[in-house]
Every structure is written in structure tokens, then in C-alpha cells.
Design a protein around this ligand. Structure first.
Ligand code: SF4
Ligand code: SF4
Length: 253
């Protein structure tokens, strides 16, 4: 069984301070989980494609295995002689009262977890009234997560394929993309991650990437908070594919 450790809070300003998962017994196992998923963002030095999606598209390689996230992971591994310190029950019960969700994961791919581990995460999150925020690379390999996590996709066409297979995807928008919403070739609708244009918004406030939550309800909440325009709310609400709302990011190099 894959090792998963949980911290109860996070210093990540993008997500907000929420319980966060770290996947893999050690760095090697963590990288293997990414490699097994065929994540194209995995760094070349770990056997990945370094962000090369296809002949036309090159994205930034994953930053998690280098720098701050990797350092934090290494110190968690060093400190985990006492396994209960990083258990799911401990982390979820110690979550801040402001936490609305947990993040799966800061590093590593959830596809390497067993279905029993997945069931436990979903059960504990529900019991603690927390949503589960996260993306999975290799959506076609890991159908178990279809209704539990977002699918990572890297082009609009790939997002269409994911939706056809029952996923809700995140995707990468063309570098010159403008506007809050967008449509795919197959007529699906998406919205740019609000944190891109509202620097004070974090995932814990936003909630659009919690797969179990209805995106239209979250959009309504964001409209009431003044984060999303009424026009955008109406465009999404009345769209026939609103329930599959795609989240768009711009991450090129
Ligand atoms: S941590 Fe996520 S984005 Fe980074 S290489 Fe692994 S699966 Fe890909
Ligand atoms: S859309 Fe919302 S939940 Fe998703 S990454 Fe952006 S801020 Fe976080």
C-alpha cells in the first residue's frame, strides 16, 4: 500500500491553510507515483517529459519535486518516526475551523493509492465536513477517482475527452487567452481560476476544484462574494454543460 501522510495546516497561500496530503514513502516512491500516471509535467531528470505535451505545446515542468515543496516533504519524512503524527484522523481533527476542504495532494499522484485508501479519505472528509480538493494526472488510468478528484488535462481537446469519460477537468489555456470564461471545441464551458485575476482569493475560499461540490453553487457563492461577475455567473448557470465546468490555468514557458 502506498504511504500517505497528512499535515493539518499549510503555509501555501494559494490553497489556504488546509489539511494537505503528501504521497509516497520517500522521494523515490513519490516520483514513481507521478511516473506511473504518465504525468507529462514530470521533470526530465526523473524520467518525465518536462512539460512537453505535444509538438506544439510546452508547459512549465512540475515544480513540486524541486524547491520548497520537496524540502517540506523531506522534513515530513524525517519527522515521521511517529506515524500517528501524520495520520488522516489526526490531521483532519486538528484542521483550522476555517478549513472547508483538504488538499489531495501537495506532491505525488493520488492514482497510486488503493481504493481502500481512497474510500477512507472520502469517508473521513465527509465525517469532518470537509471537501476534497485535488487533481489527478492520468485520468484514463485511474477511473476510481472520476467522481472524487478533478482530472488534470493540458489542452482543451483533452478536457473534452475527460468530460466524455465522466470527469470534471482542469486544463491549460492558450497563453494569449483573455476573459473569465471559455468554450472548448466540443462546446463545454470553463472558467479561468479566479485566483489568477483576484490575487487575494485562495482555494479554501473558492471551492471550484472540489469535485464533489456543485460548481454552479460555488459560482453563485463567488458571485455573492464579489469575486465573479454577475455576467459570468449567468453565462455559466445557463450553459448546458455547467455541471462539468472546466477550470483553466495559464502555465506556459
Ligand atoms: S506532483 Fe503532480 S504535477 Fe507534479 S509530476 Fe507528480 S503528478 Fe505531475
Ligand atoms: S479555481 Fe478555485 S479551487 Fe480551483 S485552483 Fe483556482 S482558486 Fe483553487
Amino acid at each position: 500500500m502506498e504511504t500517505i501522510r497528512w499535515t493539518s495546516t499549510s503555509k501555501n497561500t494559494k490553497t489556504g491553510s488546509i489539511p494537505t496530503a503528501w504521497i509516497g514513502e520517500d522521494k523515490k516512491a513519490c516520483i514513481k507515483s507521478c511516473k506511473d500516471s504518465k504525468c507529462p509535467l514530470l521533470n526530465k531528470r526523473y524520467g518525465g517529459k518536462n512539460g512537453q505535451i505535444n509538438t506544439k505545446t510546452k508547459l512549465r515542468p512540475c515544480y513540486a519535486h524541486n524547491g520548497q515543496v520537496a524540502f517540506a516533504f523531506a522534513s515530513i519524512i524525517r519527522a515521521s518516526k511517529n506515524p500517528s503524527r501524520y495520520s488522516i484522523k489526526h490531521a483532519f481533527s486538528k484542521a483550522l475551523r476555517s478549513a472547508r476542504m483538504v488538499r489531495l495532494s501537495a506532491i505525488g499522484n493520488a492514482g497510486s493509492l488503493s481504493t481502500e485508501q481512497g474510500d477512507e479519505i472520502m469517508k473521513e472528509a465527509k465525517a469532518n465536513n470537509l471537501g476534497v480538493l485535488g487533481y489527478i494526472a492520468g485520468f484514463s488510468i485511474y477511473p476510481y477517482w472520476r467522481d472524487k478528484l478533478m482530472a488534470s488535462t493540458y489542452t482543451l481537446k483533452m478536457a473534452d475527452v475527460a468530460i466524455k469519460r465522466g470527469w470534471r477537468p482542469s486544463t491549460v489555456l492558450p497563453e494569449d487567452h483573455e476573459g473569465e470564461t471559455f468554450e472548448t471545441p466540443a462546446g463545454n464551458i470553463g472558467i479561468q481560476c479566479p485566483a489568477i485575476y483576484h490575487k487575494t482569493v485562495n482555494c479554501n475560499q473558492c471551492g471550484l476544484c472540489v469535485r464533489k461540490w456543485d460548481p454552479v453553487k460555488q459560482i453563485k457563492r463567488l458571485k455573492n462574494m464579489g469575486i465573479i461577475s454577475k455576467r459570468t455567473y449567468r453565462t455559466i448557470k445557463h450553459h448546458k454543460q455547467a455541471k462539468n465546468l472546466i477550470i483553466g490555468f495559464i502555465t506556459h514557458q
